[in-house]
Design a protein around this ligand. Structure first.
Ligand code: KG4
Ligand code: ZN
Length: 357
């Protein structure tokens, strides 16, 4: 049994995965993923309108040992049944990573178990393999990884053959959703709230620029935020009512979503033409956005590419995806690369650094 531990941001997450059965060829997810916990700190950070790193790390420190016990209880196992540990080393918040990493190291060292340092983004990439019957991707693949911290379009020529096609120059798209939502007076985290009201919006009333429209190799979302800020102020000044009414907000939300989603879809479309993937993976928290899913789905249908999107619970941060990435790693590289006592936190750890030639 492998235990995966994820504490890179504001979710404390653990998963227990039957690695031996996986290596023996079993693929039924429910037999392999024997226990999973995701504990969100949303309420803790809500008053601040964003994740406070110091608070998040302290919360992980308190919760992780308790959730570790809980994950074992749910799996009807004891810690003696665990034979390997996989932990997120980065990218993420330094203090948060250190908590998960120190805990994992102590446990692995104390028990003499192999310890695998995993990349959080690679976890997101592999989340869509977690189908009822776990199923690998057909390569070459393209992945659009969109979350509160990341926006990357990645070409996967094979396992650990990753190349960045485009990444954001400034804000992540989830961050842009959240910041624009805040400007419209919506509660934190704003992405889901903004996309909900956007469904009632009228097209054409406002338009916001698509960042880096002339480039296929970069995203930029900070311009949308600035434009929204300007428009909201003008809008408020030009009406008697100081606050945006419901219809106004919906129209704003529609236009914001349109600008953000269109930029993602346009560059995905260009990348599909260029890289001719067999599989397209849409992953990360923003993959929950309905407009984005629909447009990527129709793009993939038009181009004859198989679309893989993780289930909702595995779009956002979780440890099952870390277990999945670790299982693939062990399958390919074996156990011998397991323990690295030098393993440290890597707050910046770009995906391409994982690539093997
Ligand atoms: O992957 P995730 O849970 O955390 C990070 O690693 O960042 O992604 C969270 C992000 C937040 O910015 C949130 O607003 C956004 O995903 N998000 C959405 C939607 N659901 C979550 N953005 C747009 N539309 C949604 N439906
Ligand atoms: Zn994430």
């Amino acid at each position: 049994m492998l235990i995966a531990i994820e504490t890179s941001c504001d979710e404390t997450a653990l998963a227990i995965f039957d690695i031996n059965r996986f290596l023996a060829g079993h693929r039924r997810r429910d037999d392999l993923l024997v226990s999973e916990i995701v504990s969100s700190q949303l309420k803790l950070h809500e008053p601040y309108g964003g994740v406070v790193p110091e608070l998040a790390a302290r919360e992980h420190l308190v919760n992780l040992p308790l959730l570790f016990e809980e994950a074992l209880v749910r799996a009807k196992l004891t810690s003696k049944d665990l034979s390997a540990v996989a932990v997120t080393c980065g990218p993420g918040l330094n203090g948060c990573l250190l908590v998960g990493l120190s805990f994992s190291k102590a446990f692995a060292l104390g028990r003499g178990l192999p310890l695998f340092g995993m990349n959080h983004l690679e976890g997101h990439l592999f989340a869509a393999e977690l189908e009822e019957e776990i199923r690998g991707y057909e390569f070459p693949a393209l992945a659009l990884l969109v979350s509160g911290g990341h926006t990357e379009l990645v070409s996967l020529k094979g396992y650990r053959k990753y190349e960045i096609v485009a990444r954001t120059r400034d804000d992540a798209v989830g961050e842009a959703f959240d910041k624009c939502a805040t400007l419209l007076g919506l509660p934190y985290p704003g992405g889901p709230a903004l996309s909900e009201i956007a469904a009632q919006g009228t097209p054409g009333r406002f338009t916001f620029p698509k960042g880096m429209a002339d480039r296929d190799d970069a995203f930029s979302f900070s311009g949308v935020k600035t434009a929204v800020q300007r428009e909201v102020t003008q809008f408020k000044d030009s009406t008697d009512d100081a606050a945006l009414d419901e219809a106004g907000r919906a129209d704003f939300a529609y236009a914001v979503q349109e600008a953000l989603v269109e930029a993602l879809v346009d560059k995905s479309s260009a990348a599909i033409v260029k890289h001719r993937p067999k599989t397209f993976v849409l992953t990360g928290g923003v993959a929950a956005n309905v407009a984005l899913r629909e447009r990527i789905r129709s793009l993939c249908e038009r181009r004859g590419v198989e679309l893989r999107i993780p289930e909702r619970r595995w779009c956002t941060d979780n440890a099952a995806m870390i277990a999945m990435a670790a299982a693939r790693h062990i399958e390919k590289a074996g156990w011998e690369r397991g323990f690295r006592s030098a393993l440290g936190a890597l707050p910046r750890w770009p995906l391409e650094e994982l690539s093997v030639s």
